[in-house]
Design a protein around this ligand. Structure first.
Ligand SMILES: Nc1nc2c(ncn2[C@@H]2O[C@H](COP(=O)(O)OP(=O)(O)O)[C@@H](O)[C@H]2O)c(=O)[nH]1
Ligand SMILES: [Mg+2]
Length: 391
């Protein structure tokens, strides 16, 4: 078999020490490992590094079996790489036409302490180097710790303002080193999602209540953060800060017991990583007057995804052959990808459900997986676990 061609999606997860980052990635992976291989599962998630996969799985099993928590990993920044492999199909033809065979999710963890302490010398350089990994991410999550909200009940602003201010200041501290000659970046996360971690501790808080709390108690700090982030990028209008919200819980934690089957929002991570950039970048690209580097970056990035979602064979085949010259010619991109992207973005509601059924019936498993991701996002909204920006 030919080596699998993978479309990479990076995400960045920012959270203070203890906010739930390690438990989150462990629960994400453990749950994926528990998925039985079978007819109903269109894809499987496998860690690209065996040792990393075992570490995460072990964390998960420790929580499930003996209510044991993963060891704290203060100050460490980690990147985890997962392959999302689509089930083989008996329909050979469907396999051939698709623009890529699998997804790769690269998950970057950033400890909040980085933003609380000013460092210099080798440590500062190491941080900037690690931070560069972040730049490939389309989506960044900022974890708001449910435990800390509960601890600060009725004066949540104390925690929220400090969290966001530290974060904005930390970004400013490394800005000069990150931008070469002060030049704003084309590639930088542009979708910044607020995520309530440990939402099991706040059972009465749905995603709207979470959003309202942030807006009510920390809108100045959100504005400041947005301004700081806008200072990093070319085309700063193409930026969503605090427009998308999600609730997350890695398990239900009770004294002496961790119920890992009770998870919230973890099933949205892959759909958010893969589908949100498609919609958002398409919308931004469509509204751009200047068709410069940022425009091209968006369209290049989402073209293959749109083709896979729509099952558009001809374009997919061109991509398949790796005819980069063609793909890079802006005219081609505009005419062909433009319509594929438009089609893909319009695929919602009943049309989406139909497309998913069609893909399942034809065993076009990549298309079936991606359409199911979009359905997951819609379900997350309906269940008040997820708010998607409508701007
Ligand atoms: N209630 C609840 N507690 C959690 C959850 N995730 C993590 N925790 C608690 O938060 C602690 C810190 O989590 P950890 O993932 O190590 O935080 P990190 O420092 O951000 O990696 C854990 O030891 C758990 O006690 C969750 O989803 N719900
Ligand atoms: Mg950790």
């Amino acid at each position: 078999m030919q080596k699998s061609r993978k479309k990479e999606q990076h995400i960045a997860v920012f959270g203070e020490s203890g906010s739930g980052k390690t438990v989150l990635v462990s629960s994400f992976y453990g749950a994926a490992r528990e998925q039985p291989h079978g007819k109903d599962n269109l894809f499987s998630v496998v860690a690209d590094k065996n040792s990393q996969g075992r570490f995460l799985h072990q964390n998960y099993l420790g929580m499930r079996g003996s209510a044991q928590l993963p060891l704290a990993t203060r100050f460490e920044s980690e990147s985890y790489s997962f392959s999302v492999n689509v089930k083989d199909s008996s329909n050979r033809k469907s396999e051939k036409g698709r623009p890529f065979d699998a997804l790769r999710l690269v998950w970057h963890d950033y400890p909040g302490e980085w933003f609380e302490q000013d460092v210099s010398g080798a440590e500062a350089e190491r941080r900037v180097a690690t931070f560069r990994n972040l730049l490939k991410s389309d989506v960044a999550f900022i974890l708001v710790d449910g435990q800390r909200l509960r601890d600060n009940e009725a004066e949540e602003e104390r925690y929220l303002k400090a969290l966001l201010t530290n974060f904005a200041n930390g970004l400013l501290l490394i800005k000069d080193q990150l931008l070469e000659n002060g030049k704003p970046l084309v590639e930088f996360p542009r979708i910044w999602i607020f995520a309530l971690s440990k939402c099991d501790l706040l059972p009465d808080t749905d995603v709207f209540a979470f959003r309202d709390l942030l807006v009510e108690k920390a809108s100045n700090e959100i504005d400041q953060l947005e301004e700081v982030l806008a200072g990093f990028v070319e085309e700063p209008d193409a930026l969503s800060v605090g427009e998308d919200y999600v609730l997350l819980s890695s398990a239900k934690f009770e004294p002496g017991k961790i119920d890992v089957t009770q998870r919230v929002g973890l099933n949205l991570i892959l759909p958010i990583a893969s589908m949100l950039p498609l919609e958002r970048h398409a919308r931004w690209a469509a509204g751009m007057r200047s068709r410069g580097k940022v425009y091209k970056h968006f369209v290049d990035g989402i073209g293959a995804m749109a083709a896979a979602l729509g099952g558009i064979g001809a374009i997919a085949n061109k991509l398949n052959k790796g005819d980069n010259r063609l793909v890079k010619a802006l005219g081609f991109v505009l005419i062909h990808f433009g319509s594929a992207i438009e089609e893909a973005v319009k695929l919602v509601g009943d049309k989406l459900v139909e497309a998913n059924k069609d893909a399942v019936a034809k065993e076009e498993n990549l298309r079936a997986t991606l359409t199911s991701f979009r359905m997951d996002l819609a379900n997350g909204e309906a269940e008040k676990v997820f708010i998607r920006s409508d701007r």
